[in-house]
Design a protein around this ligand. Structure first.
Ligand code: MN
Ligand code: MN
Length: 355
């Protein structure tokens, strides 16, 4: 392309201009380089509020490797995301400036060194209250991401979507793996007591002590099977009750989805959520104090027809929607008026029937 790509520009919060995706009516979605949702790179705009960043690291996996290619696959699958979210009634890229901040680079040869690099990279991105949705990478990366966010926000309410608990102690004697991040986070005091919850767990465990150890760290569980009785609205209610007013960090292991909805992942387990159920839960979390999020464990070598990467790209879009609404709520004036009200009419939790 010999001239700058035409982008959708809008008036966002406080009258600030936001630079959105490349206009798909002028450049087809399949053309040009893949940034997330064809958004501008961080270096193409003067400032930003929400960034998507890749963390291509998978040296902490215990079974199938390949999540290092997750960020590229999710960006590629995100080309079809459009600017308006009807379920949340928000244009997330218009309300706040959203960018693709590229990848946080970490060594594939030393897990502890990589954890330090991911933490430093995340700290730089979230400086000054900016928000980050990190795309993994394996679940090891959640530990440094939680450290970075807890440094800014204090102990965090962790809502963890995953087939697995990820609170094991060690694996082959290794303390830092994709099966251990939340035990380390608990030990380091990064988690808010009585506010943490796993959602979607299922499958065989090493023993019943896995569950009692996990409960001993203060986690509660909504299993995948409970989705049948509760439905997305009921699960969201459980989450809202558990999180309350605490600063919320959402970690989504894509293997929370059934292998039919996410075959491209490292540790698949039968009996999982549908992508519709997961999206339905996430969009009912509007209004909670979301401060950061990650979407991990997309391993495209095992994917088919981009099923997993498409699901992950929509999960990231939901998370950006929640962060944009949160930013709009935070900037609302006491009389309720808002510079971008036309782009966020549903500022109250609960949202619409059509979601
Ligand atoms: Mn998992
Ligand atoms: Mn996990």
């Amino acid at each position: 392309m010999d001239r700058p790509a035409p982008r959708i520009e809008r008036e966002g919060l406080a009258g600030r201009r936001t630079v959105g995706p490349i206009d798909a009516s002028q450049v087809p979605r399949f053309a040009g380089p893949a940034t997330f949702a064809r958004l501008p790179r961080a270096d193409e705009v003067p400032g930003w509020t929400v960034a998507v960043a890749g963390v291509p690291f998978d040296s902490g996996v215990s079974y199938r490797p390949g999540a290092r290619f997750g960020p590229a696959a999710v960006r590629e699958a995100s080309r079809l995301l459009r600017p308006y979210h009807p379920g949340l009634d928000v244009e997330p890229f218009a309300v706040v400036q959203v960018v693709d901040a590229g990848d946080i680079v970490a060594t594939p040869f030393d897990i502890e060194e990589a954890i330090g690099q991911v933490g430093a990279g995340a700290m730089a991105l979230i400086e000054g209250g900016r928000r980050l949705v990190a795309v993994g990478g394996d679940h090891t990366i959640s530990l440094p991401l939680l450290r970075a966010h807890a440094r800014n926000e204090g102990p965090l309410a962790l809502v963890h979507f995953d087939a697995h608990l990820d609170t094991w102690d060690t694996y082959f004697g290794a303390p830092y793996t994709h099966g251990t991040p939340f035990r380390r986070a608990f030990e380091e005091g990064l988690l808010a007591e009585d506010h943490c919850l796993h959602v979607g767990t299922r499958g065989p465990l090493y023993g019943a002590t896995d569950l009692t150890n996990d409960a001993g760290m203060g986690f509660r569980v909504v299993t995948s099977a409970q989705m049948d009785e509760l439905g997305p609205a009921g699960v969201a209610t459980r989450i809202r009750e558990r999180v309350g007013d605490a600063p919320l960090y959402l970690s989504v292991d894509i293997d929370v989805l059934d292998p039919a909805h996410a075959p491209g992942t490292g540790t698949p387990e039968a009996g999982g959520l549908s992508s519709r159920e997961l999206l339905g839960v996430l969009r009912r979390l509007v209004g909670l104090r979301l401060v950061g999020a990650d979407v991990v464990e997309v391993a495209p070598a095992y994917d088919h027809a981009e099923i997993t990467a498409i699901a992950a790209s929509h999960v990231v879009y939901e998370l950006i929607g929640l962060l944009a609404i949160r930013a709009a709520q935070a900037s609302s004036t006491p009389d309720g008026s808002n510079a971008s009200e036309d782009r966020v009419s549903h500022l109250a939790p609960g949202v619409s029937d059509g979601l």
